[in-house]
Design a protein around this ligand. Structure first.
Ligand code: GN1
Ligand code: MG
Length: 371
């Protein structure tokens, strides 16, 4: 549907929420692969705009649990931040309630919508450019984990079970291969060999966890760099996209952030020669993160960070390829082979990371003692 044809619908939906003034303008916002996001400009004497999101309820089937989690997390963050920053609402997301004081609105055709306050004068980056940005990103997620350490994890719904469980992801890939619903398996055989050759190595976090050596913490689980908002001086301001906040292992958050930070190219770069490592950015993120997190991480968790760095791009490739084999039912795609291109770019990243594993491990160890 074009934006013009949904403009009227969006205005009706926005009217269900406690927004200031009238909606003057609607534009698409951000680069998420799951939900649809729009910026709402309103007529109000207050300097305020909103983010309206259609929640993908095929993926987030428990929308009530999802919004309950986000409400719990944002309220907790606001309490923890009080007194440490000028305006807590500039440093956390704020849910705009419906006029009936609900956390989301369901339309008569069964679509789920929510609104957040848009944080003005902030920046997010799909590709990191400077060590300052990378350092701020590390601080952001280190602080985030630290702040959530005082929230009772049993209150959170595990919104997408097994989200970062590589056995679960590989099993889904196996199922997609045996169904071959899009008839695409034969053409990707080399890629499948590459993936399954690495299966055991990629189970290291799961094994540590199974033997009780890794504590479950509340983690973000979608630490792509564009989920951090920086201020105009590239200082950390706010962590966004809280849909997947749930119990997890810190190595998953570390690895997923590095997946986007260390890659000099985009997640879906077609020219694989451009998928190379920007190692100074890795070091800066590691320093920013460890500066915040080393006070609560165990030694085994610190050792597991590098396993996360190798695992997350690998798992992302497995997920993109599974979706490709299932005829692109999960991620939004912008052209027919998009998921295959994404898979190849992520696997090139795995290859680069593997060949620099020792260098990166040394940097991690150095950033731990250098502070
Ligand atoms: C999805 O919300 P968005 O588009 O940033 C996905 C993440 C992937 C990411 C890959 C719920 O995140 O897990 O890492 O795409 N979110 C979900 O870019 O599956
Ligand atoms: Mg997300």
């Amino acid at each position: 549907m074009s934006l013009v044809s949904i403009e009227k619908t969006i205005k009706v939906i926005a009217n269900q929420f406690d927004v200031e003034g009238e909606v003057l303008d609607i534009s698409r916002f951000g680069s998420g692969h799951i939900n649809d996001t729009y910026k709402l400009t309103v007529s109000s004497s207050k300097d305020i705009s909103y983010l309206l999101q259609k929640i993908n309820h095929h993926i987030f089937t428990d929308v009530d649990g999802l919004m309950h989690n986000i409400s719990l997390v944002t309220n907790h963050l606001k309490t923890v931040l009080k007194g440490t920053v000028g305006d807590v609402d500039k440093h956390t997301l704020t849910i705009v309630p419906t006029k009936e004081n609900g956390l989301y609105h369901v339309t008569s055709d069964g679509e789920y919508w929510r609104i957040f306050i848009l944080l003005e004068d902030t920046k997010s980056y799909d590709i990191v450019e400077t060590t300052k940005q990378a350092y701020s990103g590390g601080q952001a997620f280190g602080k985030f984990q630290k702040q959530l350490a005082t929230l009772d994890a049993t209150k959170l719904v595990e919104i997408l079970p097994n989200f970062h469980n590589i056995d679960f992801r590989l099993n889904n890939l196996r199922k997609a291969i045996s169904k071959d619903s899009a008839g695409r398996v034969a053409a990707v055989e080399d890629i499948l060999i590459y993936i399954f050759e690495r299966e055991n190595k990629m189970r290291r976090i799961l094994e540590l966890a199974k033997s009780g050596q890794l504590p479950l913490r509340i983690t973000h689980n979608d630490t792509k760099f564009n989920n951090v908002l920086l201020d105009q001086y590239d200082n950390v301001q706010c962590v966004i996209d809280l849909d997947t906040v749930m119990p997890g292992y810190v190595a998953y958050d570390f690895g997923d952030a590095i997946r986007t930070i260390i890659n000099a190219a985009a997640e879906d770069e077609e020219d694989l020669d451009k998928v190379v490592l920007n190692i100074p950015l890795f070091q800066a993120y590691a320093e920013g993160y460890l500066n915040e997190a080393k006070e609560f991480l165990t030694n085994t968790e610190i050792d597991s960070l590098m396993y996360g760095v190798l695992l997350l791009p690998y798992m992302q490739a497995v997920r993109f390829l599974t979706d490709y084999l299932e005829d692109d039912i999960y991620y939004k795609i912008h052209y027919p082979e998009h998921n295959l291109v994404r898979t190849k770019a992520q696997l090139k990243l795995v290859q680069e990371l593997e060949s620099h594993e020792e260098i990166l491990t040394n940097i991690l160890n150095k950033s731990l003692v250098s502070q």
